[in-house]
Design a protein around this ligand. Structure first.
Ligand SMILES: Nc1ncnc2c1ncn2[C@@H]1O[C@H](COP(=O)(O)OP(=O)(O)OP(=O)(O)O)[C@@H](O)[C@H]1O
Ligand SMILES: [Mg+2]
Length: 178
């Protein structure tokens, strides 16, 4: 049974990958919170390469893995994310949403996984966007179908890192959903 891969192309970001070393700020150490898998991935070479290729294309910011329950979307997403660590100087963040059913809680779940706290006079979402502003990161949102009403938030977060002031520092989002 195939896992379907679809992506969103953002034309305004088509040149985003053309940054030179001079335009990149010194990257922080690569970090990730990807759960260690108890056994090696079986097969899926084609899907892993396809997803990596899509995420590597200029302007592709959001990739969605869809397929029936239990077909390996999470596992594929984790593998793709692990193999892309070198492309994201500020790391890869796995955001498990399986236990979350209230779309309002997605912001706090992402913030928690990134270590962004409430504080100051700003809403948590603003703190999150400020945190992401100068980061080149990959967020892996797992089981996003549970909180599909939070989709505008994803667009908001993608936009947060895509300003002209911070070329080359943007988030990409890999999500799994059925
Ligand atoms: N290619 C694979 N190689 C090895 N194990 C796999 C592979 N694909 C899936 N699995 C294992 O099968 C189980 C189900 O996979 P996974 O949780 O990724 O499915 P899913 O599509 O995300 O399911 P759900 O729709 O319930 O979220 C997991 O234990 C996972 O580690
Ligand atoms: Mg899953």
């Amino acid at each position: 049974m195939p896992v379907q891969i679809s992506h969103l192309y953002d034309a305004s970001q088509a040149d985003a990958g053309k940054e030179t070393e001079a335009t990149l700020r010194p990257p922080a150490p690569r970090t990730n919170n990807l759960p260690v898998q108890p056994s090696p991935l079986v097969g899926r070479e084609k899907e892993v390469l396809e997803a990596q290729d899509l995420i590597g294309q200029h302007g592709v910011r959001l990739l969605t893995l869809t397929g029936p329950g239990g077909m390996g979307k999470t596992r594929l997403g984790l593998q793709v994310a692990a193999e892309l660590l070198h492309r994201f100087p500020h790391g890869v963040c796995f955001v498990p949403l399986a236990e979350i059913t209230d779309p309002e809680l997605v912001v706090s779940e992402i913030a928690q996984q990134l270590g962004v706290r409430e504080g100051g006079s700003q809403p948590l979402l603003d703190n999150l966007k400020t945190y992401l502003l100068d980061k080149k990161m990959l967020l892996l949102l797992d089981n996003f179908e549970q909180v599909i009403a939070a989709a505008p938030l994803v667009a908001d977060l993608l936009a947060a890192g895509a300003s002209a002031e911070n070329p080359g520092h943007q988030q990409d989002i890999l999500e799994s959903a059925w």
